[in-house]
Structure formats: C-alpha cells, structure tokens
Ligand binder design. Structure first.
Ligand code: CA
Length: 268
C-alpha cells in the first residue's frame, strides 16, 4: 500500500469521526479527493483544507433550517457587529436532534448574542417548555426579539440579563437544581469552569451540557503558535479545561470535531 494511500485513509478516518451527522461521508469524500499538488502541504494544512470542504458538503446535504431561523441568521450577518458569534447552523441542527432525543423541556443558554440557538431551541421544545437566555448585555439579544415574536415562541423564552454566574446561582437558589434537560454554554471562555460546576447542579441525570468553541479555531492544538494576548488567555484556559474534562467522572463525555469544537457532557 502506498504511503499516499495510507495518508488518505488516515484523513478519511479522521473525517469519519464527524460523519455520524453526515452519513456515509468518508467514503464519498475519498472518491472526490483531487490529485495532490506536486508540493505536498503539511498533514495539518491538508486536514484543515479538507475539513472545510467537508463542512460545506455536510451543510449542502443536510441543513434543514427553519425559515425564521435563517432570517435571523441572515439579518444578524447583515446588521449586527461580530456576526461570527452566531453558532454553526449544522451544529444547531444537531442540537435540535439532541433536544428531541432528550424530550427536552427545560433549557438554558449561557451567551445568547442575537438568539440563534435560543430561537432554534424554542422552536423545538414543547409549548410548556422554557429556555432561559442568559447574557451580560441586552443590546444584541434585543435584535432577536422580533424573530422570537414572528416565530410565535416568545412565551417559551425567558431572557436574563446580567453576569451568567449570578443568573445560574439564582436558579440554583430557587430550587431548580436537577430540573434541566439541556444547557448550552457559548460565552466568555475563562468562565467555562464556573458554568460547568453550576450546570452540573442544574441538569437532571441524563441531561446534557454542551460547550462551544472548544478548539478555539485550532489555537488549543498548539499553544506555541502566534496569537494575540486575548486569544492566548482563552486558548490556555481551554487547553487546561479540555484536559480536566477528560478526567471528570461526573459526566459521560464526547468531544466533537464539528464547527469550532463542541464538547458534550451527559450528566451521570
Ligand atoms: Ca460560539
């Protein structure tokens, strides 16, 4: 077997980790792999290039985005600063599948931004369900309000503005521990561990906590690469947190190489 074939099989095996969302992607992908250029890129560059192509392929062949959700996403990209903070639509579609599998009724999102995932969740949970939308600032959350209204789900959304640690502590002190099905954390990375400890208290046994951006655009893979001081602060923190999560036996763990890295913690 040639070393090139070995390499291609290695890449296909890596892609297969995420292919549970996309079906039989690895096999199809391999048949579409173009002839490598004369000057071989590094394995890492090669993988990154191919994973972007695979992401596009997955989106083309799987994304079923409710119309109002698409409108909110497009509105955000046209009108709101830092629109890259909108979570990946295929990732959020996967969350809708998880919510249905869990029969989720009570959810929390830490870090709402314009509410893309909050709206997706509200569209998915039943009429007596609730999603607490936590954010430090209402400026961006407000941009989502007309879409919550238009979708007819605003009564399922409870917005709490302020430090998320305080909002979570308030829910704990009100006796809401062990009542939540799903908690999504997509906020300031250096507070992730504080959110983890509180989320574990608030989740039911079998409930799922999802952390976003656990790969930090690849920065956690190699902390010696160039980055801004801000990026370094978050990357070093998440580098350590990823190591801790592996050893934390309070939950079942799955670190998914989708979007910017999503870690699922299912409370035992
Ligand atoms: Ca994010």
């Amino acid at each position: 077997m040639s070393s090139l074939l070995n390499k291609e099989l290695g890449i296909a095996a890596g892609i297969a980790v995420t292919s549970f969302v996309a079906g039989n992607l690895a096999a199809r992908y391999m048949s579409a792999t173009p002839t490598p250029p004369k000057e071989q890129p590094s394995a890492k560059q090669d993988n990154l290039k191919k994973s972007r192509t695979a992401d596009e392929y997955v989106e083309e062949n799987s994304l079923r985005e409710p119309a109002v959700l698409k409108e909110l996403r497009e509105y955000t990209f046209k009108n709101v600063p830092m629109a890259k903070m909108v979570s990946d639509p295929c990732q959020i579609q996967f969350f809708r599948l998880l919510l249905n599998m869990l029969d989720a009724k009570k959810c929390i999102e830490v870090g709402t931004y314009t509410g893309y995932n909050v709206l997706s969740t509200a569209l998915t949970i039943p009429s007596d369900g609730v999603i607490y939308a936590l954010d430090i600032n209402e400026d961006y959350v407000k941009e989502g309000y007309p879409f919550f209204e238009k979708a007819g789900v605003k009564d399922k959304i409870v917005v709490k503005i302020g430090p998320a640690v305080e909002s979570l502590d308030e829910l704990i002190s009100k006796g809401e521990t062990e009542t939540f099905d799903f908690i999504y954390v997509d906020a300031d990375k250096i507070s992730y561990e504080k959110y983890l400890d509180r989320a574990i208290l608030l989740l039911k046994s079998g409930g799922i906590l999802a952390f976003d951006n656990m790969l930090q655009g690849g920065l956690v893979l190699d902390l010696t690469q160039e980055m801004t001081p801000e990026q370094r602060h978050s990357a070093e923190f998440l580098y350590k947190l990823n190591q801790k999560l592996k050893l934390d036996n309070r939950f079942q763990l799955s670190f998914l190489n989708i979007a910017d890295g999503v870690t699922l913690c299912r409370k035992l």
